[in-house]
Design a protein around this ligand. Structure first.
Ligand code: AMP
Ligand code: MG
Length: 322
């Protein structure tokens, strides 16, 4: 499967492949997506197949503009409009009412559809070239670490994708924030847009949605986003001898004695940390370590999204559950 730098020519080629039912990985500002024509159920089925994703896990539909949005979702509610105005294009996914043209495979049988307008220039150029929306989950094997570089896509999907557009490292590094609008504003998945920023526009958002209350969707399953190496969030330093064959992922500093260390942000900046978060986990995962110890991060701003992913990687329940 070719990886091509995302030139105009490569984007054109990708759009042609997608038009004829192909599956193409492309960069967005959050993570790499694995895209298919959202109106082509057979192409979407290939995405599920390549990812080995269960068909009860709905996909996010990516649109380039309002006209494309109109073909996917019913007219939006009053609550959605100010959010779209302020945060689109960007890392906010909204759960809207589905139009019947969207195959039920995309929405896993739900009458709602999750939609987002990405801001990454390659994603937007590709959507415009296609002229149809792209259903695109993260371009990793089901349950694994999300890809923030083109090389991550390659290894994760066993080269089964038709084409990977390489746009370098993704600028935000963590998945979009998913917000339900009905029956109330509710945070379904913390992500690259801090919930605090959403609340500054529309007021209080319910944050304590329990996993049982969410649509059945592995993106919010207790066990997900996991490296192959066992991972745990450490609240206290582990004994020195237990560090020798383990790796450590920390924010600003690490205890000594670990076999490998990755630090996310020297200045403790959580946005900067999110950008290299999955990349650092991919690197540590590739070293054949016995275990990855991760420092607990503050649960505000992007720290909320990272801790959500870490707890799921650990196999515990995350934000808003329990
Ligand atoms: P990803 O694998 O990052 O593309 O995330 C897809 C996730 O979006 C799913 O696992 C769900 O959590 C969420 N999602 C997609 N469609 C819907 C929907 N109609 N209602 C609620 N959540 C959705
Ligand atoms: Mg995913």
């Amino acid at each position: 499967m070719p990886i091509l730098p995302a030139s105009d020519e490569a984007v054109l080629r990708a759009a042609e492949m997608l038009r004829s039912g192909g599956v193409v990985a492309f960069p967005t500002e959050t993570v790499y997506g694995l895209g298919a024509n959202a109106f082509n159920a057979a192409a979407v089925a290939r995405v599920f197949e390549i990812k080995r994703r269960p068909s009860f896990d709905p996909l996010i539909v990516h649109v380039a503009d309002d006209a494309m949005l109109d073909r996917v979702a019913q007219p939006v509610s009053d609550a959605a409009r100010p959010l779209m105005k302020r945060f689109w294009p960007g890392p906010l996914t909204l759960v809207l009412r589905r139009r019947s043209q969207v195959p039920l495979l995309v929405t896993a049988g739900l009458e709602t559809v999750a939609v987002r307008m990405p801001s990454h220039p390659v994603a937007l150029a590709l959507l415009r070239r296609c002229g149809f929306p792209l259903a695109a989950p993260s371009a990793n094997a089901f349950g694994g670490l999300s890809p923030t570089r083109a090389e991550h896509v390659n290894t994760a999907l066993d080269e089964r994708v038709d084409l990977v557009l390489d746009g370098g490292a993704t600028p935000l590094g963590i998945e979009s924030t998913i917000l339900a609008l009905e029956p109330e504003l509710a945070l379904l998945r913390p992500g690259a847009l801090p919930v605090e920023a959403i609340e500054a526009v529309v007021g209080a958002v319910r944050r304590d949605v329990r996993d049982e209350e969410r649509p059945r969707s592995p993106g919010t399953l207790p066990q997900h986003y996991a490296p192959r190496t066992p991972l745990r969030v450490v609240l206290e330093p582990v004994p020195k001898r237990a560090r020798r064959r383990a790796g450590y992922l920390g924010l600003t500093a690490a205890p000594d004695g670990y076999a490998a260390v990755r630090l996310l942000s020297r200045s403790g900046d959580l946005e900067e940390a999110a950008v290299c978060f999955f990349g650092a986990l991919h690197e540590l995962d590739a070293l054949g370590l016995e275990r990855i110890d991760v420092q607990a991060l503050p649960e505000r701003g992007l720290g909320l999204a990272m801790m959500d992913r870490l707890r799921r990687a650990e196999g515990h329940d995350a934000v808003g559950s329990k």
